[in-house]
Design a binder for this molecule. Structure first.
Ligand SMILES: CC(C)(COP(=O)(O)OP(=O)(O)OC[C@H]1O[C@@H](n2cnc3c(N)ncnc32)[C@H](O)[C@@H]1OP(=O)(O)O)[C@@H](O)C(=O)NCCC(=O)NCCS
Length: 178
């Protein structure tokens, strides 16, 4: 497994751990219902304190080696544009981008990176994600990378339980595809 110091690059993006100085940029991205409404636990409205709390949690996830919780940086502009998570305990992945950064293929680039990190570099047998009905963009991203959905499952979502689309990808399927 690869832990700290962790930085990974894709064609246009840099993935690194959150810095304390990122806290003030988070509300500009996440205090937006069009983003938060698809995320299971993200507070809304989203305050500067929520940003500080998130950075503390995210750094602790890395420190305790429970997984990767990373900032997504647009390499050219050096701007923070989103975040991603990969639990090496459960195999769950997650990702989000600020609304100004949608539609440029960035999530697909991100999910490709997470998948390589989980299934190859961390030698995990399977990764999975839960997607709420109606989140067509997220389903499309997972499908483009090769994830398959066998159906729906109950999922804890924003304080309740809802039926969500379960997507998964096995290590052997990814290795056969690359
Ligand atoms: C989901 C999200 C990460 C996608 O980011 P993105 O960078 O715009 O995604 P990409 O550009 O890589 O790919 C999006 C794909 O979905 C398609 N798409 C966009 N809106 C769609 C919709 N409503 N229905 C179906 N497909 C849609 C795009 O056309 C594109 O597919 P294409 O390349 O075949 O044209 C972004 O919308 C987001 O952060 N949403 C809020 C948080 C979230 O939903 N996170 C995931 C939780 S499971």
């Amino acid at each position: 497994m690869i832990w700290r110091p962790f930085t990974r690059q894709s064609e246009r993006l840099t993935f690194r751990r959150f810095k304390r100085a990122d806290a003030k940029a988070l509300p500009a991205l996440l205090d937006d219902w069009q983003v938060a409404k698809w995320l299971s636990r993200t507070p809304f409205p989203y305050s500067h304190q929520d940003g500080r709390d998130w950075i503390r949690i995210s750094r602790s996830v890395l420190r305790r080696r429970r997984g990767y919780s990373l900032a997504i940086i647009e390499t050219d502009s050096k701007q923070l544009i989103g975040g991603l998570g990969l639990s090496t305990e459960t195999g769950e992945i997650g990702y989000w981008l600020g609304r100004d950064h949608w539609g440029k293929g960035y999530a697909t680039e991100t999910v490709n990176m997470i998948t390589q990190l989980g299934l190859v570099d961390s030698d995990m047998p399977k990764l999975w994600a839960m997607v709420m009905p109606g989140n067509g963009a997220s389903k499309r991203v997972l499908e483009k990378v090769g994830y398959l959905s066998p159906g729906t499952r109950p999922h804890r979502f924003r304080g309740g339980e809802q039926s969500a689309h379960y997507y998964h990808l096995q290590q052997w399927e990814w290795q056969a595809a690359i």
